[in-house]
Ligand binder design. Structure first.
Ligand SMILES: [Zn+2]
Length: 258
């Protein structure tokens, strides 16, 4: 297969937009594939190699339920058959694995609080976690940071491990209407109106945190300058595009997830 054929095969161009699947079955399959691909993208950087981290996707029909990777499955081996469907009480109602309890306690209140959130991702990363120890919002010191201009919160609770829904609800409250919440002394969490955009914006947040860790006192651009750029890098479609690139560059064969 030529490079040109490969591009056509994956259906991604500059003007591409997320497709709205015409039926719940197709939508569910898309969301599950994006979850599995997201885990493999995390694995490509070694993120979550110790099991820390989770991606969730709201089910298109059972809106109070979400999909995530079964506990114990290596991120780099994730397929759609390894996902479990979890209800709003934390019970696995489809799939043959347990759910990571932290995934339920953190993600369930977020999905319940935000009807617009389809996807959410959290893990512990080389720069996101160190940056989170500052317990402050991302300063606007990079293009990547601007995706979160006016759309980020900080969870300042000291619960660096989340083991109940009450703590998860306070994280959801700190997120508010944003797309990024910085969990102090813990790491980053991003959400999106697609699973793909949540993952794409996670990479933006990690890169923005990298700038902050490497250049702690970098120049911040003005709010007006951030406002001017936000319509492009802050659009949901931008996060979706980043994800398409990540699939291409970090997953050699996206069909392996099923
Ligand atoms: Zn964590």
């Amino acid at each position: 297969m030529t490079v040109t054929d490969n591009r056509k095969h994956r259906g991604f161009t500059l003007s591409s937009q997320p497709l709205t699947p015409s039926d719940p079955h197709t939508d569910r399959l898309l969301r599950k594939r994006e979850v599995a691909l997201g885990y493999r993208i995390m694995d490509s950087w070694g993120w979550g190699a110790d099991g820390s981290g989770h991606i969730t996707a709201r089910d298109p029909e059972r809106l109070d339920c979400f999909w995530s990777l079964g506990y114990g499955v290596a991120f780099g081996e994730a397929t759609i058959d390894d996902l479990v469907l979890v209800d709003d009480t934390g019970h696995v109602i489809e799939g043959s694995y347990d759910i990571n309890p932290a995934a339920f306690y953190i993600h369930a209140p977020i999905h319940a609080s935000r009807d617009d959130v389809i996807g959410a991702i959290h893990t512990h990363t080389p720069y996101g976690t160190p940056f989170s120890a500052l317990a402050v919002p991302l300063p606007m010191t990079s293009q990547e940071a601007v995706a979160f201009h006016g759309r980020q919160g900080v969870f300042t609770g000291e619960e660096v491990g989340v083991s109940d829904l009450e703590t998860g609800q306070r994280i959801a409250d700190a997120l508010g209407l944003g797309r990024l919440v910085i969990l102090a002394n813990h790491g980053l969490l991003t959400v999106g109106t697609t699973v793909a955009s949540a993952i794409g914006f996670y990479l933006n947040a990690e890169r923005a945190a990298e700038v902050c860790v490497k250049v702690p006192h970098g120049r911040e651009i003005s709010s007006e300058a951030a406002d001017a750029v936000h319509p492009s890098v802050g659009a949901e479609n931008h996060g979706w595009h980043v994800f398409q690139w990540l699939v291409r560059s970090r997953v050699s064969d996206p069909t392996v997830v099923g």
